[in-house]
Design a protein around this ligand. Structure first.
Ligand code: SAM
Ligand code: GLN
Length: 286
């Protein structure tokens, strides 16, 4: 008879196996919980129970895949963002916790600028990927009219599926940065984007560079191509009173602030740090 493993034994094996490969040793618990569809407390209550042979085989396979570099979220097919579950795949960036802070900063600026009254305001998320930002905005502030764009048809497909599952009513537009709004003559009260901002050639972990779309990660030689392009068109797409917020990479704050100052000489432009103390967000309020 094949050897049986308890949940405890399976988790201990995964933890040391993943450590050997330089991966996060907690990934085993995430994978097993997703596989058995169990909360953390349910799993912990069953530590002494045996795993079925099929479950053990499946778990061993998943842990090995992650050790080889496949992101945990590509194995489970999902990621949590702002308290909701988003489906992800290799066509979209896996939403990051830093981006939750972008949303918090944006909502704060909007409350101030529009005094908490958002009805009939038009907001757009540029480069929506999984739809994480646009869908969260719509569900947090249902009065907003929300647009989401991407240059990748496959990303938009994933974002539409997420919006459908989560019940967010959003207008999706395929196109290059702000061009869909220029083409349609739509003026916006609010623009948010987490554009690709990693400098070309930067060394990333295999989990990221081997599995996530490069078109979602790299922003030219210094990583700032997208901010330069935004700064040229954004002034013509925003209304007179408006708010914009961009995610940035650490160390890009001063330069991105300078880039946007050219297009918005009278606006208040701020660099905000994330909870790890890294420059992460630039906001423009005009
Ligand atoms: N908004 C998502 C998030 O925060 O998780 C995804 C952000 S990802 C860093 C950047 C996204 O921008 C990708 O989905 C990519 O396809 C899209 N993108 C890249 N170039 C673009 C362009 N020229 N116009 C519109 N979207 C673009
Ligand atoms: N935060 C992502 C990473 O470090 C990058 C996302 C982006 O380029 N906008 O992998």
């Amino acid at each position: 008879m094949a050897e049986q493993h308890t949940i405890f034994q399976a988790l201990s094996w995964a933890s040391s196996f993943l450590k050997e490969y330089g991966r996060d040793s907690n990934a085993g618990e995430i994978l097993l919980r997703a596989q058995l569809n169990m909360s953390r407390s349910a799993l912990l209550a069953k530590l002494r129970e045996p795993l079925s042979g099929t479950d053990w085989n499946q778990f061993e396979k998943s842990v090995k895949e992650h050790a080889e570099g496949k992101p945990v979220q590509h194995i489970t097919g999902s990621e949590e963002f702002f308290g909701r579950t988003f489906m992800v795949n290799s066509d979209v960036l896996i939403p990051r916790p830093e981006t939750e802070e972008l949303i918090v900063a944006l909502l704060g600026k909007m409350e101030k600028s529009f005094e908490g009254s958002f009805s009939s305001l038009k907001a757009a998320d540029i480069g929506t990927g999984s739809g994480a930002i646009a869908i969260t905005l719509k569900l947090e502030k249902p009065e907003l009219s929300v647009y989401a764009t991407d240059l990748s048809e496959k990303a938009l497909e994933t974002a539409k599926n997420n919006a459908g599952r989560l019940g967010a009513d959003i207008v999706f537009l395929l196109g290059d940065l702000l061009q869909p709004f220029v083409d349609r003559g739509i003026k916006l009260d609010m623009v948010v984007s987490n554009p690709p901002y990693i400098p070309e050639g930067e060394n990333l972990s295999e989990v990221v560079s081997g599995h996530e779309p490069h078109s979602a990660l790299f922003g030219g030689e210094d990583g700032m191509d997208f901010y330069r392009r935004f700064s040229q068109v954004l002034p013509f797409v925003l209304k007179e009173q408006a708010v914009a917020a961009f995610e940035i990479g650490n160390g890009q704050g001063e330069e991105v602030q300078k880039i946007f100052s050219a297009g918005f000489p009278h606006a208040k432009i701020e660099v905000i740090r994330d909870i790890n103390g890294k420059e992460r967000i630039v906001t423009i309020v005009q």
